[in-house]
Design a protein around this ligand. Structure first.
Ligand code: NAD
Length: 361
């Protein structure tokens, strides 16, 4: 049956990198992958056209799709808008409307890029961590929230960090299941020494682990986890954590791999429907210059094929094609090093498609 893919390019470099990922999807379509694409507006681009960062039409397209490919949202142009209509609201909105509670963020170091990492090659070579971030709860969604004026006239900003047992259990299960297909180790990251909500998180993870006796569960405070990620990152297999801690730790892990432009992500619901996007933002500083690295978005397509379209073999093909392109020495500016061939966004997409097509010969 034809699988529907909603394509939401968004803002900044979003349309550029998504165009390259779509090129890959179309190449796979020519090889027999049965998909159809439908485009929608999101973020600042949607606000400009409709007054909303997440128009109803976009939500309907996403709801109807088997998987969603997203570029990125946000940019200087919309920074002064009210928070309720800022581009990021579109992203948070689609995640919560579609109940995409599990964010999978792999941090894998391609051996070809060991020198691009800011850490010594021996600390990062062979790195393969999966960060599982809770995505629809925690402090980004908790209520009450806002900015109020105190009787003294001083303003006060406030947010709420709240987690229910059921939310921890469902994200915990995802982490344990993934660990089963990897090295069998889960490190749960919290701040249980000062935050009651994460004290409950830890307690719930310990109870849940009784159903996963084959998996080794450890716990770490988030400040230590940040330190360990740069000290000895290879100690980790699967890390599972809250929305905000996962946001920060996964960006930190991304730098271990050399570039934020290399890392894909998946956000899944309970039925493996997912939204796939690079972990980076809309990079307004380089938008429209044909310099953005499209590989994170192309690797997001590979995750889509594996987790939502049940096409593991084709996912492997895409990942291998990316690796071959790196072997060929092609680099966008963010991962460029001496002796390599510097190319642009479009050329990188072309290079991946060329490798995919060369497999036919
Ligand atoms: P960013 O990830 O957009 O950029 C950080 C740095 O990394 C910049 O120097 C940028 O040029 C570079 N970079 C990012 N992606 C790259 C790529 N593919 N190739 C090469 N270099 C790349 O983060 P930021 O600058 O903090 O945020 C910019 C905007 O993006 C903001 O409006 C922010 O709210 C938004 N944002 C959106 C998402 C999302 O859509 N998921 C995530 C994070 C930030």
């Amino acid at each position: 049956m034809t699988k529907k893919i909603a394509v939401l390019p968004g803002d900044g470099i979003g349309p550029e990198i998504v165009a390259e990922a779509v090129k890959v999807l179309k190449a796979l379509q020519l090889k027999g992958l049965d998909i159809e694409l439908e485009y929608g507006l999101i973020g600042g681009a949607a606000y400009d056209e409709t007054g909303s960062p997440l128009p109803k039409e976009t939500l309907a397209i996403a709801d109807d799709a088997d998987a969603i490919l997203l570029g990125a949202v946000g940019g200087y142009k919309w920074e002064s808008l009210d928070i309720s209509v800022r581009p990021e609201k579109g992203l948070l909105g689609i995640r919560s409307e579609l109940n995409l509670f599990a964010n999978l963020r792999p941090a894998i170091l391609y051996p070809q890029l060991a020198d691009a990492s800011s850490l010594k090659a021996e600390i990062v070579s062979g790195l393969d961590i999966m960060i599982v971030r809770e995505l629809t709860g925690g402090i980004y969604f908790g209520k009450p929230r806002g900015i109020r004026t105190l009787p003294s006239g001083e303003k006060e900003g406030f947010n709420t960090l709240v987690y229910r047992e059921s939310e921890v259990i469902r994200i915990g299960k995802v982490a344990f299941d993934i660990a089963r297909k990897r090295q069998g180790r889960v490190c749960s990251v919290d701040k249980a020494n000062v935050l009651e909500s994460t004290e409950l998180w830890r307690e719930t993870m310990i109870n849940l682990s009784k159903d996963f006796s084959d998996i080794e569960l450890s716990h770490m405070y988030v400040d230590n986890a940040a330190m360990q990620l740069v000290r000895e990152p290879k100690q980790f297999d699967v890390m599972v954590t809250t929305n905000m801690f996962g946001d920060i730790l996964s960006d930190c892990a991304s730098m271990l791999t050399g570039s934020i432009g290399m890392l894909p992500s998946a956000s899944l619901d309970e039925n493996s429907k997912g939204m796939y996007e690079p972990i980076h933002g809309s990079a307004p500083d380089i938008a429209g210059k044909n310099t953005a690295n499209p590989l994170a978005t192309i690797l997001s397509v590979a995750m889509m094929l594996r987790y939502s379209l049940d096409e593991g073999e084709i996912a492997d093909m895409v990942e291998t094609a990316v690796s071959v392109v790196l072997d060929q020495g092609y680099r966008t500016a963010d991962i460029f090093s001496e002796g390599m061939k510097l190319i642009g966004t479009v050329e990188m997409g072309d290079a991946v498609v060329a490798v995919l097509n060369s497999n036919d010969r």
